[in-house]
Design a protein around this ligand. Structure first.
Ligand SMILES: Nc1nc2c(c(=O)[nH]1)N[C@H]1C(S)=C(S)[C@@H](COP(=O)(O)OP(=O)(O)OC[C@H]3O[C@@H](n4cnc5c(=O)[nH]c(N)nc54)[C@H](O)[C@@H]3O)O[C@H]1N2
Ligand SMILES: Nc1nc2c(c(=O)[nH]1)N[C@H]1C(S)=C(S)[C@@H](COP(=O)(O)OP(=O)(O)OC[C@H]3O[C@@H](n4cnc5c(=O)[nH]c(N)nc54)[C@H](O)[C@@H]3O)O[C@H]1N2
Ligand code: SF4
Ligand SMILES: [Mo]
Length: 712
């Protein structure tokens, strides 16, 4: 009886045989990676909880992480390596052995390399991050410059804006800030562990300004909400600069000593009075003034970017350059309480130690390799980012120029990420050979010739670090299910079979990690003694104003209001050297004729707490929180069109239409429709053209398209 109660209570002890294993959740990634206590009995996970001693998530798990057992034990998990026997997309496969699968891949890729050159093979990483340095190295060791990833739509364009202006991104030092300008970020849904620290700071008296077209939980914690029309960020930023310069609230010393192009920028900014910006953005001029004064005078002030929404526009990089220029104007760059430059340690996270991650994956300099995918079209991307531009992939397959692409080795391919996914699919199928490694037999995997089963984070060992100067090397909580394997096993096994002359790939994953970690003094052997993770020993001390001695890593060595890198390509590409504001390519301002038939602005992909792109729709615990695809509509617009809650509506752009439910909500402003992306049965990306891209970054304009809605 007693044992039964202990079992029912899932109490870990010798009597029940239940053990707690320490692991991490990587359903969302890489800012979170919450520590998970995995309750295991007889090799089966019976319960999960957030790890209390993990300083990042402090014992919490979000809706998705709480459903991780449904994720891991889902019936759509791929069980064995598969070989396609039906037509592409049909989903007809036969099980094959790992040996057959990996030998087929190695032989075919080698054959393609001999016939067309190594650059004909694309190495692609979807949303997951942990395997990236190894896949990247595999690509380069194979001889292909074409390591591409989902980052062609994510945080990299934000980094581009930072680099064009300052040479390097700088993180908000929220703990020491007096004012926080949140420019389009909603961590309450997108990065819950960060939300804790914002609430803590707010309770200490931090003033918060939020720039967001919607009313979000982040807005609920703010003092000023600048509710702009999507894609008008540049105009708002220039008007704030106008106020700061006109009222002489800017940092003269910083401007004088450390910036380039201020005079021309100042001239341009004169055009953007708050009254003019009110017409463009919809924000009352006085609110723009109030926010500008608060940000410029309550020092130190930190600036928090989102990971992507401002750059999900055809004018995205320039809009963010205009916004980030406010940091330069107020001298809040690389100061405590403002934005601090912190070197990243591993997988995009600064955690107080240095590694050789970049040296690890960049085997050869770019000059010794053929041009990357998108290099002709997006040269500034290729100057600032160590990857090909994935958005150009379907175009290069179609054109065969500057050279043909023949094969793809993908880890987590989701074709619905591309604008006009049908165009992507049509071209993907022209490849001779496609491999996809995933946990689930997804709609994209069905187009692959060989599909390989990857295991989840709870079934593998991986290295992760946290901004709280904490590091963990996990041990598998359970053995990989079925015949699945960790992604990195697949990469290192393939490297052997491809007979690449690469000592670190030959040495394996753990030896590679020790090599990467060498400058930090941290060793895997030591990390293994701390299965729940450990504080970084002697974390690097962060100093402010490093630019005084080092300058800025830009072409001029200064902060560039006027970008010399953009100027370099100016004659051919006609880039705006100053952060000029232009409305989104399709918008009431740029295309008024089109706006007559498509009077609404469609904004897609604002995060919902229970979904993460294509992945948690299949879990009933998360799916049931919003079972059907729905578009958010302002009550005034709905009333005018006779639409009521739950009505079926047709959401149409000139490109296409989908049918969804109406969700009537005040969080959305009049004239704007919001829709979550990646629903298999109502994919908003089918409403975008494949070349609806920012000319600087190549990013899709997911967040401002003209549309119309009507009741069906
Ligand atoms: N309309 C619109 N579209 C958008 C966005 C938007 O805001 N609006 N956002 C864009 C952004 S910012 C991003 S980051 C992309 C998302 O990028 P996607 O790559 O589309 O993201 P997911 O669908 O989460 O993941 C892709 C695949 O990776 C698989 N996967 C997950 N973990 C692992 C693993 O450990 N190993 C392997 N091998 N596979 C794994 C998943 O099962 C899934 O099939 O979407 C972009 N698309
Ligand atoms: N639950 C959950 N968490 C996630 C993800 C997920 O899919 N689900 N995805 C992860 C990924 S890949 C990313 S990139 C991050 C994104 O993380 P965030 O950037 O925090 O999330 P979003 O909700 O995409 O965008 C933040 C806000 O930008 C606003 N916004 C939309 N358009 C504009 C605009 O034109 N201008 C301005 N100023 N604001 C605008 C939206 O209304 C939204 O409230 O989230 C990560 N975390
Ligand atoms: S999905 Fe949730 S629990 Fe998992 S890492 Fe992300 S925030 Fe943490
Ligand atoms: Mo993203």
């Amino acid at each position: 009886m007693r044992d039964n109660n202990l079992l029912r209570g899932k109490i870990p002890c010798a009597d029940t045989g239940i053990e707690i294993k320490k692991s991490i959740c990587t359903i969302c990634d890489p800012q979170s990676q919450c520590g998970v206590d995995v309750y295991v009995k007889d090799g089966f996970i019976i319960k999960v909880e957030g790890t209390k001693e993990n300083p990042h998530n402090r014992g919490t798990l979000c809706a998705k992480g709480s459903a991780i057992r449904q994720y891991i034990y889902h019936k759509e998990r791929i069980k064995t390596p598969l070989k396609r026997i039906g037509s592409r997309g049909a989903g007809e496969f036969e099980a094959i052995s790992w040996d057959e699968a990996l030998n087929t891949i190695a032989t075919t890729l080698t054959h393609i390399k001999e016939k067309f050159g190594p650059e004909a093979v694309v190495f692609y990483a979807g949303y997951a991050k942990w395997e990236r340095p190894f896949l990247h190295r595999l690509a380069h060791a194979f001889g292909s410059p074409n390591y591409c990833s989902e980052s062609s739509t994510c945080a990299q364009a934000v980094n581009m804006a930072w680099k064009l202006l300052f040479g390097a991104p700088a993180r908000p030092d929220i703990k020491n800030a007096r004012c926080l300008l949140v420019w389009s970020c909603n961590p309450f849904y997108s990065n819950t562990s960060l939300a804790h620290s914002i609430i803590d700071a707010r309770e200490r008296g931090l003033k918060i300004i939020v720039v967001d077209p919607r009313y979000t939980p982040m807005v609920a914690w703010s003092d000023i909400h600048l509710q702009l029309k999507p894609g008008t960020d540049g105009a708002l930023a220039l008007a704030m600069a106008n106020v700061i310069i006109t009222e002489e609230l800017y940092d003269r010393d910083f401007i004088h000593n450390y910036t380039y192009g201020f005079e021309e920028y100042r001239e341009y900014v004169k055009e953007f009075t708050p009254e003019r910006a009110e017409l463009i953005t919809g924000i009352p001029a006085d609110n723009i003034r109030m926010a500008a004064r608060l940000y410029a005078t309550l020092k130190p002030a930190a600036f928090m970017t989102g990971q992507a929404s401002v750059v999900h526009h055809t004018n995205g990089v320039n809009n963010y350059r205009a916004a980030l220029a406010l940091i330069a104007l107020t001298g809040n760059y690389d100061v405590f309480g403002g934005n601090l430059v912190m070197p990243t340690s591993y997988l995009y996270i600064p955690a107080g130690f240095m590694t050789r991650e970049h040296e690890y994956y960049q085997v050869k300099p770019w000059e010794e390799m053929p041009p990357r995918i998108g290099q002709d079209k997006f040269p500034v991307w290729c100057e600032l980012v160590d990857e090909g531009q994935s958005m150009h992939l379907p175009f290069q397959i179609e054109l065969g120029k500057p050279y043909p692409l023949k094969a793809m080795l993908a880890f987590g391919l989701n074709y619905r990420m591309w604008p006009d996914p049908d165009f992507f699919l049509k071209n993907l199928q022209k490849l001779d050979f496609i491999v996809d490694v995933d946990l689930f037999l997804t709609d994209s995997a069905k187009y692959a010739d060989i599909v390989l089963p990857a295991c989840s984070s709870l079934e593998r060992s991986e290295l992760r670090c946290y901004i709280e100067n904490f590091v963990i090397y996990t041990q598998p909580a359970i053995a990989p299910l079925y015949e699945s394997r960790p992604d990195v096993d697949i990469i290192f096994d393939l490297a052997k079979r491809l007979e690449l002359d690469d000592p670190l790939l030959a040495a394996g994953y753990e030896a590679s990690l020790d090599w990467i970690l060498a400058p930090s003094g941290i060793k895997l052997e030591e990390l293994k003694k701390h299965p729940a993770g450990m504080p970084v020993p002697e974390p690097l001390k962060i100093y402010e104003k490093k630019y005084i001695h080092k300058g800025f890593p830009t072409p001029s060595g200064k902060v560039e209001f006027k970008s010399l890198l953009l100027e370099k390509y100016n004659s051919f590409f006609r880039y705006d050297v100053l952060p000029i504001y232009r409305p989104p390519k399709y918008s009431p301002e740029a295309t008024p004729e089109l706006a007559k038939n498509y009077p609404f602005i469609l904004n897609t992909g604002s995060r919902l707490p229970m979904f993460i792109h294509s992945r948690t729709f299949r879990l009933s615990w998360t799916r049931n929180l919003r079972p059907e695809p729905a578009a958010d509509i302002n009550p005034g617009d709905a009333r005018r069109l006779g639409i009521t809650q739950g009505d079926i509506i047709r959401l149409a752009t000139p490109k296409g239409a989908i049918t969804v439910k109406a969700n009537i909500t005040k969080i959305v402003q009049p004239g704007v429709i919001h829709m979550y992306h990646a629903y298999p049965e109502a994919d908003v990306n089918t409403l975008l053209e494949a070349d609806y891209l920012d000319p600087v970054s190549g990013y899709p304009g997911y967040k401002a398209i003209l549309c119309n809605i009507e009741k069906v």
